[in-house]
Design a protein around this ligand. Structure first.
Ligand SMILES: Nc1ncnc2c1ncn2[C@@H]1O[C@H](COP(=O)(O)OP(=O)(O)OP(=O)(O)O)[C@@H](O)[C@H]1O
Ligand SMILES: [Mg+2]
Length: 382
Protein backbone atom coordinates (compact mmCIF):
# COMPACT_ATOMS: atom_id res chain seq x y z
CA UNK A 1 0.00 0.00 0.00
CA UNK A 2 1.31 3.49 -0.80
CA UNK A 3 1.88 5.78 2.18
CA UNK A 4 0.19 9.05 3.08
CA UNK A 5 2.63 11.93 3.37
CA UNK A 6 2.15 14.88 5.66
CA UNK A 7 4.48 17.84 6.09
CA UNK A 8 4.23 20.89 8.31
CA UNK A 9 0.84 22.49 9.03
CA UNK A 10 -2.23 23.34 7.00
CA UNK A 11 -4.02 26.58 6.22
CA UNK A 12 -7.73 26.21 5.79
CA UNK A 13 -9.20 28.79 3.45
CA UNK A 14 -12.64 27.34 3.04
CA UNK A 15 -15.68 29.54 3.09
CA UNK A 16 -19.24 29.35 1.84
CA UNK A 17 -22.71 28.63 3.07
CA UNK A 18 -25.87 26.62 2.90
CA UNK A 19 -28.50 24.45 1.36
CA UNK A 20 -30.69 23.41 -1.62
CA UNK A 21 -29.12 20.28 -2.95
CA UNK A 22 -29.64 19.36 -6.58
CA UNK A 23 -29.04 15.82 -7.84
CA UNK A 24 -26.82 16.01 -10.89
CA UNK A 25 -26.79 13.98 -14.02
CA UNK A 26 -23.59 12.98 -15.79
CA UNK A 27 -21.88 15.95 -17.52
CA UNK A 28 -24.34 18.42 -16.07
CA UNK A 29 -22.31 21.18 -14.47
CA UNK A 30 -23.79 23.22 -11.66
CA UNK A 31 -25.13 26.57 -12.76
CA UNK A 32 -23.54 29.59 -11.14
CA UNK A 33 -25.74 30.85 -8.36
CA UNK A 34 -28.11 27.87 -8.44
CA UNK A 35 -27.16 27.01 -4.86
CA UNK A 36 -24.37 27.49 -2.42
CA UNK A 37 -22.77 24.52 -0.83
CA UNK A 38 -22.21 24.20 2.87
CA UNK A 39 -18.45 24.12 3.46
CA UNK A 40 -16.20 22.44 5.92
CA UNK A 41 -15.12 25.70 7.53
CA UNK A 42 -18.72 26.34 8.57
CA UNK A 43 -18.62 23.35 10.85
CA UNK A 44 -15.15 21.94 11.40
CA UNK A 45 -14.26 24.22 14.30
CA UNK A 46 -16.61 22.33 16.50
CA UNK A 47 -16.98 18.61 17.08
CA UNK A 48 -19.65 19.14 19.72
CA UNK A 49 -22.85 17.05 19.51
CA UNK A 50 -24.76 20.32 18.96
CA UNK A 51 -22.65 21.11 15.87
CA UNK A 52 -23.29 17.64 14.47
CA UNK A 53 -27.02 18.04 15.09
CA UNK A 54 -26.85 21.34 13.21
CA UNK A 55 -25.05 19.52 10.40
CA UNK A 56 -27.84 16.97 10.09
CA UNK A 57 -30.35 19.84 9.83
CA UNK A 58 -28.22 21.72 7.27
CA UNK A 59 -27.88 18.59 5.15
CA UNK A 60 -31.52 17.57 5.53
CA UNK A 61 -32.08 18.04 1.78
CA UNK A 62 -29.26 15.64 0.96
CA UNK A 63 -31.27 12.56 2.04
CA UNK A 64 -28.41 11.20 4.14
CA UNK A 65 -29.56 8.65 6.71
CA UNK A 66 -28.32 8.78 10.28
CA UNK A 67 -27.73 5.29 11.64
CA UNK A 68 -27.22 4.02 15.17
CA UNK A 69 -24.13 1.97 16.02
CA UNK A 70 -26.37 -1.01 16.83
CA UNK A 71 -27.97 -0.87 13.37
CA UNK A 72 -24.54 -0.93 11.72
CA UNK A 73 -23.34 -3.72 14.02
CA UNK A 74 -26.30 -5.80 12.98
CA UNK A 75 -25.78 -5.05 9.27
CA UNK A 76 -22.10 -6.14 9.40
CA UNK A 77 -22.41 -9.13 11.79
CA UNK A 78 -20.74 -7.08 14.49
CA UNK A 79 -17.99 -5.93 12.12
CA UNK A 80 -16.84 -9.51 11.65
CA UNK A 81 -13.47 -10.19 10.03
CA UNK A 82 -15.15 -12.32 7.39
CA UNK A 83 -16.89 -9.15 6.15
CA UNK A 84 -13.73 -7.04 6.01
CA UNK A 85 -13.32 -5.43 2.57
CA UNK A 86 -10.09 -3.56 3.26
CA UNK A 87 -8.41 -1.09 5.55
CA UNK A 88 -6.97 2.36 4.86
CA UNK A 89 -5.75 5.31 6.94
CA UNK A 90 -9.28 6.07 8.17
CA UNK A 91 -9.93 2.57 9.49
CA UNK A 92 -11.47 -0.76 8.46
CA UNK A 93 -14.19 -1.10 5.79
CA UNK A 94 -16.77 -3.89 6.24
CA UNK A 95 -19.41 -5.23 3.92
CA UNK A 96 -22.91 -5.16 5.39
CA UNK A 97 -26.46 -5.71 4.30
CA UNK A 98 -29.57 -3.58 4.89
CA UNK A 99 -32.96 -5.20 4.59
CA UNK A 100 -35.93 -3.19 3.40
CA UNK A 101 -37.32 -2.85 6.95
CA UNK A 102 -34.42 -0.79 8.30
CA UNK A 103 -35.67 2.61 7.09
CA UNK A 104 -38.60 3.84 5.07
CA UNK A 105 -37.37 4.77 1.61
CA UNK A 106 -34.17 2.75 1.94
CA UNK A 107 -34.17 -0.32 -0.30
CA UNK A 108 -32.67 -3.66 0.66
CA UNK A 109 -29.03 -3.54 -0.46
CA UNK A 110 -25.43 -4.46 0.31
CA UNK A 111 -23.42 -1.59 1.80
CA UNK A 112 -19.82 -0.76 2.74
CA UNK A 113 -19.37 0.55 6.29
CA UNK A 114 -16.20 2.53 7.03
CA UNK A 115 -15.33 2.81 10.70
CA UNK A 116 -12.97 5.49 12.01
CA UNK A 117 -10.05 3.86 13.76
CA UNK A 118 -10.05 5.83 17.01
CA UNK A 119 -6.28 5.42 17.42
CA UNK A 120 -5.57 6.25 13.75
CA UNK A 121 -4.01 9.29 12.07
CA UNK A 122 -7.08 10.50 10.25
CA UNK A 123 -10.05 11.63 12.23
CA UNK A 124 -13.05 13.71 12.80
CA UNK A 125 -12.16 16.28 10.12
CA UNK A 126 -11.95 13.62 7.39
CA UNK A 127 -15.23 12.07 8.54
CA UNK A 128 -16.88 15.47 8.41
CA UNK A 129 -15.36 16.35 5.01
CA UNK A 130 -16.74 13.13 3.57
CA UNK A 131 -20.25 13.93 4.79
CA UNK A 132 -20.16 17.56 3.69
CA UNK A 133 -18.80 16.87 0.18
CA UNK A 134 -20.59 13.61 -0.65
CA UNK A 135 -23.77 14.73 1.11
CA UNK A 136 -24.08 17.58 -1.37
CA UNK A 137 -22.34 16.45 -4.54
CA UNK A 138 -23.97 13.59 -6.37
CA UNK A 139 -22.82 12.28 -9.72
CA UNK A 140 -22.71 8.92 -11.53
CA UNK A 141 -18.91 8.86 -11.07
CA UNK A 142 -18.80 9.68 -7.36
CA UNK A 143 -19.53 6.91 -4.86
CA UNK A 144 -22.89 7.36 -3.14
CA UNK A 145 -22.81 8.09 0.58
CA UNK A 146 -25.97 6.56 2.08
CA UNK A 147 -25.51 7.88 5.59
CA UNK A 148 -23.40 8.10 8.70
CA UNK A 149 -23.27 7.30 12.40
CA UNK A 150 -22.11 9.56 15.21
CA UNK A 151 -22.36 8.12 18.68
CA UNK A 152 -20.05 9.17 21.52
CA UNK A 153 -16.55 8.77 20.08
CA UNK A 154 -17.71 6.52 17.22
CA UNK A 155 -17.68 7.87 13.65
CA UNK A 156 -18.87 5.72 10.75
CA UNK A 157 -19.75 6.22 7.10
CA UNK A 158 -22.11 4.07 5.03
CA UNK A 159 -21.67 3.83 1.23
CA UNK A 160 -23.23 1.95 -1.63
CA UNK A 161 -21.34 -1.32 -2.02
CA UNK A 162 -19.06 -1.48 -5.05
CA UNK A 163 -18.82 -5.13 -6.09
CA UNK A 164 -15.45 -4.96 -7.85
CA UNK A 165 -13.66 -3.10 -5.06
CA UNK A 166 -10.89 -0.67 -5.89
CA UNK A 167 -8.89 -0.22 -9.10
CA UNK A 168 -5.79 -0.91 -7.02
CA UNK A 169 -7.08 -4.41 -6.23
CA UNK A 170 -8.16 -5.08 -9.80
CA UNK A 171 -4.95 -3.85 -11.41
CA UNK A 172 -2.25 -4.96 -9.01
CA UNK A 173 -3.48 -7.87 -6.93
CA UNK A 174 -1.42 -10.89 -7.88
CA UNK A 175 -4.24 -13.32 -8.59
CA UNK A 176 -6.75 -10.95 -10.17
CA UNK A 177 -7.60 -11.44 -13.84
CA UNK A 178 -5.89 -9.12 -16.33
CA UNK A 179 -7.99 -6.04 -17.10
CA UNK A 180 -8.50 -5.80 -20.87
CA UNK A 181 -7.65 -2.57 -22.72
CA UNK A 182 -11.29 -1.56 -23.28
CA UNK A 183 -12.05 -1.93 -19.55
CA UNK A 184 -9.01 0.18 -18.67
CA UNK A 185 -10.24 2.90 -21.03
CA UNK A 186 -13.75 2.75 -19.56
CA UNK A 187 -12.30 3.16 -16.06
CA UNK A 188 -10.02 6.01 -17.20
CA UNK A 189 -12.98 7.83 -18.74
CA UNK A 190 -15.30 7.31 -15.76
CA UNK A 191 -12.71 8.53 -13.26
CA UNK A 192 -11.92 11.52 -15.51
CA UNK A 193 -15.62 12.45 -15.61
CA UNK A 194 -15.82 12.30 -11.81
CA UNK A 195 -12.81 14.60 -11.45
CA UNK A 196 -14.01 16.96 -14.22
CA UNK A 197 -17.34 17.27 -12.43
CA UNK A 198 -15.59 18.27 -9.17
CA UNK A 199 -13.47 20.85 -10.99
CA UNK A 200 -16.48 22.36 -12.73
CA UNK A 201 -18.99 22.89 -9.93
CA UNK A 202 -19.49 26.60 -9.42
CA UNK A 203 -17.11 26.50 -6.49
CA UNK A 204 -14.53 23.97 -7.70
CA UNK A 205 -13.45 21.15 -5.45
CA UNK A 206 -9.82 20.01 -5.41
CA UNK A 207 -9.92 16.30 -4.67
CA UNK A 208 -6.28 15.99 -3.51
CA UNK A 209 -6.19 12.21 -3.12
CA UNK A 210 -6.66 10.81 -6.61
CA UNK A 211 -5.11 7.32 -6.71
CA UNK A 212 -5.92 3.76 -7.74
CA UNK A 213 -7.20 2.73 -4.30
CA UNK A 214 -9.72 5.59 -4.26
CA UNK A 215 -11.31 4.60 -7.57
CA UNK A 216 -14.06 2.08 -6.83
CA UNK A 217 -15.61 -0.15 -9.47
CA UNK A 218 -19.21 -1.18 -9.98
CA UNK A 219 -20.12 -4.59 -11.40
CA UNK A 220 -19.85 -3.23 -14.98
CA UNK A 221 -16.56 -1.41 -14.19
CA UNK A 222 -18.17 2.01 -13.90
CA UNK A 223 -15.55 4.00 -11.97
CA UNK A 224 -16.58 6.08 -8.94
CA UNK A 225 -14.37 8.31 -6.82
CA UNK A 226 -14.38 7.69 -3.10
CA UNK A 227 -12.66 9.27 -0.09
CA UNK A 228 -13.25 12.99 0.17
CA UNK A 229 -11.46 13.25 3.51
CA UNK A 230 -8.71 15.40 1.97
CA UNK A 231 -10.88 17.29 -0.54
CA UNK A 232 -10.77 21.08 -0.43
CA UNK A 233 -12.97 23.80 -1.79
CA UNK A 234 -10.95 25.57 -4.44
CA UNK A 235 -9.93 29.21 -4.00
CA UNK A 236 -12.22 31.87 -5.43
CA UNK A 237 -11.33 34.59 -7.95
CA UNK A 238 -7.69 35.58 -7.88
CA UNK A 239 -6.98 33.74 -4.63
CA UNK A 240 -4.71 30.71 -4.64
CA UNK A 241 -4.25 28.00 -2.07
CA UNK A 242 -0.82 27.90 -0.53
CA UNK A 243 -0.66 25.21 2.05
CA UNK A 244 2.20 24.63 4.43
CA UNK A 245 1.11 21.11 5.21
CA UNK A 246 1.10 18.90 2.14
CA UNK A 247 -1.36 16.01 2.23
CA UNK A 248 -1.77 13.23 -0.25
CA UNK A 249 -0.13 9.99 -1.19
CA UNK A 250 3.51 9.52 -2.11
CA UNK A 251 4.09 9.36 -5.86
CA UNK A 252 0.65 10.72 -6.78
CA UNK A 253 1.08 14.30 -5.51
CA UNK A 254 2.05 16.97 -8.08
CA UNK A 255 5.67 18.24 -7.82
CA UNK A 256 4.71 21.93 -7.32
CA UNK A 257 2.33 20.95 -4.52
CA UNK A 258 4.99 18.83 -2.79
CA UNK A 259 7.66 21.53 -3.17
CA UNK A 260 5.73 24.75 -2.57
CA UNK A 261 2.31 23.75 -1.20
CA UNK A 262 0.70 25.47 -4.19
CA UNK A 263 -2.60 23.68 -4.76
CA UNK A 264 -4.86 23.99 -7.81
CA UNK A 265 -7.13 21.72 -9.85
CA UNK A 266 -4.02 21.07 -12.00
CA UNK A 267 -2.53 19.22 -9.01
CA UNK A 268 -5.38 16.70 -9.42
CA UNK A 269 -4.62 16.49 -13.16
CA UNK A 270 -1.06 15.37 -12.34
CA UNK A 271 -2.39 12.64 -10.01
CA UNK A 272 -4.79 11.63 -12.78
CA UNK A 273 -1.79 11.28 -15.13
CA UNK A 274 -0.16 8.93 -12.62
CA UNK A 275 -3.23 6.68 -12.56
CA UNK A 276 -3.42 6.76 -16.38
CA UNK A 277 0.20 5.62 -16.44
CA UNK A 278 -0.61 2.82 -13.98
CA UNK A 279 -3.44 1.70 -16.29
CA UNK A 280 -1.14 1.78 -19.31
CA UNK A 281 1.75 -0.07 -17.68
CA UNK A 282 0.01 -2.26 -15.09
CA UNK A 283 2.70 -1.06 -12.66
CA UNK A 284 2.37 0.72 -9.29
CA UNK A 285 3.50 4.32 -9.03
CA UNK A 286 6.25 3.43 -6.55
CA UNK A 287 7.70 -0.04 -6.09
CA UNK A 288 11.01 -0.66 -4.37
CA UNK A 289 10.99 -4.27 -5.60
CA UNK A 290 11.65 -3.12 -9.16
CA UNK A 291 15.21 -2.44 -10.40
CA UNK A 292 16.41 0.89 -8.92
CA UNK A 293 15.99 2.83 -12.20
CA UNK A 294 12.32 1.79 -12.21
CA UNK A 295 11.44 2.53 -8.56
CA UNK A 296 9.53 5.63 -9.62
CA UNK A 297 7.15 4.75 -12.43
CA UNK A 298 6.86 8.37 -13.60
CA UNK A 299 10.63 8.96 -13.81
CA UNK A 300 11.19 5.68 -15.62
CA UNK A 301 8.25 5.65 -18.03
CA UNK A 302 7.52 9.30 -18.86
CA UNK A 303 10.47 9.84 -21.24
CA UNK A 304 9.36 6.80 -23.28
CA UNK A 305 5.74 7.91 -23.67
CA UNK A 306 6.38 10.14 -26.69
CA UNK A 307 8.61 7.72 -28.55
CA UNK A 308 6.53 5.17 -30.51
CA UNK A 309 9.53 2.81 -30.71
CA UNK A 310 10.00 2.80 -26.95
CA UNK A 311 6.33 2.95 -26.00
CA UNK A 312 5.97 -0.82 -26.35
CA UNK A 313 8.48 -1.25 -23.52
CA UNK A 314 6.18 0.42 -21.03
CA UNK A 315 2.76 -0.96 -22.02
CA UNK A 316 1.54 -3.73 -19.70
CA UNK A 317 2.96 -7.00 -21.13
CA UNK A 318 -0.02 -8.87 -19.66
CA UNK A 319 -2.14 -7.30 -22.42
CA UNK A 320 -0.21 -9.53 -24.83
CA UNK A 321 -0.46 -6.96 -27.59
CA UNK A 322 -4.26 -6.68 -27.32
CA UNK A 323 -4.57 -2.92 -27.66
CA UNK A 324 -5.02 -0.52 -30.57
CA UNK A 325 -1.65 1.02 -31.53
CA UNK A 326 -3.09 4.46 -32.32
CA UNK A 327 -5.20 4.51 -29.16
CA UNK A 328 -2.21 3.52 -27.03
CA UNK A 329 -0.14 6.33 -28.54
CA UNK A 330 -2.91 8.84 -27.79
CA UNK A 331 -3.26 7.66 -24.19
CA UNK A 332 0.52 7.80 -23.76
CA UNK A 333 0.61 11.37 -25.14
CA UNK A 334 -2.23 12.33 -22.79
CA UNK A 335 -0.47 10.83 -19.76
CA UNK A 336 2.71 12.67 -20.80
CA UNK A 337 0.87 16.01 -20.79
CA UNK A 338 -0.92 15.36 -17.49
CA UNK A 339 2.48 14.55 -15.95
CA UNK A 340 4.06 17.84 -17.04
CA UNK A 341 6.37 19.13 -14.35
CA UNK A 342 4.77 22.57 -14.55
CA UNK A 343 0.99 22.86 -14.07
CA UNK A 344 0.25 25.12 -17.08
CA UNK A 345 0.82 22.63 -19.93
CA UNK A 346 -1.36 20.04 -18.18
CA UNK A 347 -4.80 19.72 -19.81
CA UNK A 348 -8.01 20.40 -17.89
CA UNK A 349 -10.04 17.38 -16.87
CA UNK A 350 -12.71 18.22 -19.45
CA UNK A 351 -9.97 18.14 -22.15
CA UNK A 352 -9.03 14.70 -20.83
CA UNK A 353 -12.67 13.53 -20.98
CA UNK A 354 -12.98 14.76 -24.59
CA UNK A 355 -9.86 12.85 -25.69
CA UNK A 356 -10.81 9.65 -23.87
CA UNK A 357 -14.32 9.72 -25.35
CA UNK A 358 -12.72 9.14 -28.75
CA UNK A 359 -10.79 6.10 -27.50
CA UNK A 360 -13.66 3.93 -26.28
CA UNK A 361 -14.98 0.76 -27.86
CA UNK A 362 -11.89 -1.24 -28.76
CA UNK A 363 -12.89 -4.87 -29.29
CA UNK A 364 -10.46 -6.93 -27.22
CA UNK A 365 -10.33 -10.22 -29.07
CA UNK A 366 -7.74 -12.59 -27.74
CA UNK A 367 -5.83 -13.94 -30.70
CA UNK A 368 -3.18 -15.84 -28.77
CA UNK A 369 0.53 -15.12 -28.57
CA UNK A 370 2.23 -13.94 -31.73
CA UNK A 371 4.50 -16.68 -33.09
CA UNK A 372 7.43 -15.72 -35.28
CA UNK A 373 8.54 -18.50 -37.59
CA UNK A 374 12.15 -18.19 -38.68
CA UNK A 375 12.87 -19.34 -42.18
CA UNK A 376 15.73 -21.82 -42.26
CA UNK A 377 18.68 -21.38 -44.62
CA UNK A 378 17.63 -24.39 -46.74
CA UNK A 379 14.08 -22.96 -47.20
CA UNK A 380 15.50 -19.57 -48.28
CA UNK A 381 17.38 -21.19 -51.08
CA UNK A 382 14.38 -23.22 -52.28
N1 LIG B 1 -17.98 1.41 -1.14
C1 LIG B 1 -17.13 0.38 -1.16
N2 LIG B 1 -17.49 -0.79 -1.72
C2 LIG B 1 -16.64 -1.84 -1.78
N3 LIG B 1 -15.38 -1.82 -1.27
C3 LIG B 1 -14.97 -0.68 -0.67
C4 LIG B 1 -15.81 0.47 -0.58
N4 LIG B 1 -15.12 1.46 0.05
C5 LIG B 1 -13.91 0.95 0.32
N5 LIG B 1 -13.80 -0.34 -0.09
C6 LIG B 1 -12.65 -1.24 0.04
O1 LIG B 1 -11.95 -0.92 1.22
C7 LIG B 1 -10.58 -0.61 0.90
C8 LIG B 1 -10.07 0.42 1.89
O2 LIG B 1 -10.61 1.67 1.56
P1 LIG B 1 -10.10 3.01 2.19
O3 LIG B 1 -10.62 4.09 1.34
O4 LIG B 1 -10.46 3.04 3.64
O5 LIG B 1 -8.52 2.92 2.15
P2 LIG B 1 -7.47 3.07 0.96
O6 LIG B 1 -8.08 3.87 -0.16
O7 LIG B 1 -6.95 1.73 0.61
O8 LIG B 1 -6.33 3.90 1.64
P3 LIG B 1 -6.34 5.45 2.05
O9 LIG B 1 -6.69 5.52 3.49
O10 LIG B 1 -4.94 5.87 1.79
O11 LIG B 1 -7.36 6.14 1.20
C9 LIG B 1 -10.60 -0.17 -0.56
O12 LIG B 1 -9.37 -0.35 -1.19
C10 LIG B 1 -11.68 -1.08 -1.14
O13 LIG B 1 -11.12 -2.32 -1.48
MG1 LIG C 1 -9.40 5.23 -0.03
Amino acid sequence: MTKKITWKSIIFTLNCYRTDYPTLQENQPLKQGSFQRLCLSDISNSSSPQAIDDLSISLAGSKLHIFSLDELKEATHNFSWSNLLGEGGFGPVHKGFFDDKLRRGLKAQPVAVKRLDLSGLQGHREWLAEIIFLGQLQHPHLVKLIGYCYEEEHRLLVYEYMPRGSLENQLFRRYSAVLPWSTRMKIALGAAKGLAFLHEVDKPVIYRDFKASNILLDSDYTAKLSDFGLAKDGPEGEETHVTTRVMGTQGYAAPEYVMTGHLTTKSDVYSYGVVLLELLTGKRVVDKNRPSKEHSLVEWARPMLRDPKKLYRVIDPRLEGQFPARGARKVAALAYKCLSHHPNPRPTMSDVVAILETLQGFDDVFIGPFVYVAIGEDQKEA
